[in-house]
Structures are given as C-alpha cells and as structure tokens.
Design a binder for this molecule. Structure first.
Ligand code: DGL
Length: 275
C-alpha cells in the first residue's frame, strides 16, 4: 500500500463495458462505506475476442486513468482482463489490484464434492485456461470442464434475459455439461450472473452456480480490513459513485440504472487512449 494513499480514497473498478457493474453492485451491497470510481471501456468492448497483448495494453491505460482519481485499490471486474492481464499488471503498481478469477476459483473449490467444476466465459477467458490453472494449483485432483458462451453477452446487453431465444442458446452451450458430473458451475463472465435464473432452471439444483462477483467483493473487504484501509467516513447511507466510459455514455447509463441498486446521475466520457 502506497504511504500517501488515504483510507477515504475510492476503489477503482473497471471492465470492458457495462458487465462489470455486476461486480460494482456487489461492492456497493457489501462494502457500503466505500466510494467507487468505475470505468467501462465501451469504445473497445468486447475484450472476449481480443488478443492478450491488447487486453494488457487496455488494462494498463485504464489503471493509469484510475490512478489519476487517487484510488486506494483496483478491482479488475472483467473476467477476460483478470484472466489475461492481472499477472502482467499487479506488480507494476503500488496499490492492491485484484481480479475476479481467483475468488471465483476458490469459491467453486469450496463447494465441489465431485471434484469436477464447470466454467463458462468468453472465448479469451476459456482459451487462457486461467480458471483451470488456479483451481489445479490449489487442488491438483480437481478437473475442470470449460466452455465459451460468446452469445450470452449480446443477449444480456440487448435485454433478452427473459426471451425464449435465450433458452435455446443456453441449451446449445450448456447441454454438454449434462454428460459430466460437475457440481459447481463458475459464471466466469460479468454478464452471466444476469442470466442466473435461466441457467439455474436449466442446470437444476444439483449444480451450485458460483458468482465470482460476490466472492471478489468479499476478497476486497478482507484486503481492506487486513491493511486497515476501510473508509471510516460515509455521508448518507452509502459511498459516492462516479462513472466513466470511453464511448456512448447515455447507453451505459441506461443499462447501469437497470441493474444497480442506486440510480446514477452522470456518466463522463473520456479519451482512454491518452493514458
Ligand atoms: N467483461 C467481459 C468478461 O467478463 C465480457 C464482455 C467482453 O467480452 O468484453 O469476460
């Protein structure tokens, strides 16, 4: 922890776009005293189909931007950026940077009895095999079945959460899990918790759905407690939240207001290539 970072400083949270709001939402619910500066890279989304080099470059630019806001810790709310860029960025900065993959992996390990875990995510996340890597580092005898579900992201963004087309696509992607005996399924992409009830209906009660967003908020809480960096001051009943994007601020705001517990007033657009 940098010596000059204050307890009252905000938490930086970033994602390729709107999806990371599912992580911001868990931080708001579970760490209500903390201020949040959120950045959504709406100009360059999706990350799920990009190369590792670009995802690292984007992540570094965003961390530089968040540092201009004086953040005391950073949460990489995007599974793809956590899987591909966390290792490359975490030692380069002097504040804690946490991703969503490790908390998700640990939560799945805590519930599995069959020692078989399913993971769904973007193409880049699945290709990186980062969930498998972390799971098997902790427990080598646990096996992992991973599947990319690229159509889930646009379905959520287009508001198809309850549409019958979504049922068919869920069947298309998840039917192969029925032949395995996984008992935990990691929702390894920011958007997937928003499809949770339909996925739950499809896979049934025997499979525990693991939401890395919640686990990440819990990890953040622990890190702030350990480092004695929790925000002691709060005005009103929650921290203050600001939102930045690299494109289309209005569309972002609309989506944010449909999923966050508090309405957001303004979203500022910045040129992320300058950082
Ligand atoms: N935020 C991304 C993730 O969690 C999904 C959207 C994208 O591909 O950028 O992997």
């Amino acid at each position: 922890m940098g010596m000059n970072v204050k307890k009252t400083a905000p938490i930086g949270v970033f994602d390729s776009g709107v999806g990371g709001l599912t992580v911001a939402r868990e931080i708001m619910r579970n760490l209500p005293n903390e201020d949040i500066v959120y950045f959504g890279d709406t100009a360059r989304v999706p990350y799920g189909s990009k190369s590792k080099d670009n995802i690292i470059r984007y992540s570094k630019q965003i961390i530089h931007f968040l540092q201009t806001k004086g953040v005391k810790a950073i949460v990489i709310a995007c599974n793809t950026a956590s899987a591909l860029a966390l290792d490359a960025v975490k030692d380069e900065f002097d504040i804690p940077i946490i991703g969503v993959v490790e908390p998700g992996a640990r939560a799945a390990l805590a519930v599995t009895e069959t020692k078989k875990i399913g993971v769904i995510g973007t193409e880049a996340t699945v290709r990186s095999a980062m969930y498998e890597k972390i799971i098997q580092e902790i427990e080598p005898d646990v096996s992992v079945v991973a599947k990319a579900c690229p159509l889930f992201v646009p379905l959520v963004e287009e508001g198809f959460k309850k549409h019958h087309v979504t049922d068919e696509i869920i069947d298309y992607y998840l039917s192969s899990f029925k032949e395995t005996d996984i008992d935990a399924l990691i929702l390894g992409c920011t958007h997937y918790p928003l499809l949770r009830s339909k996925i739950r209906e499809y896979v049934g009660e025997k499979i525990t759905l693991v939401n890395p967003a919640y686990e990440t908020a819990m990890d953040l809480k622990l890190i702030l407690e350990e480092q004695d960096m929790e925000n002691p001051d709060v005005e009103g009943d929650h921290g203050s939240y600001s939102f930045y994007v690299s494109d289309a601020a209005d569309k972002f705001k609309q989506f944010a207001n449909s999923i966050l517990p508090y309405d957001i007033e303004t979203t500022k657009q910045i040129n992320i290539e300058e950082y």
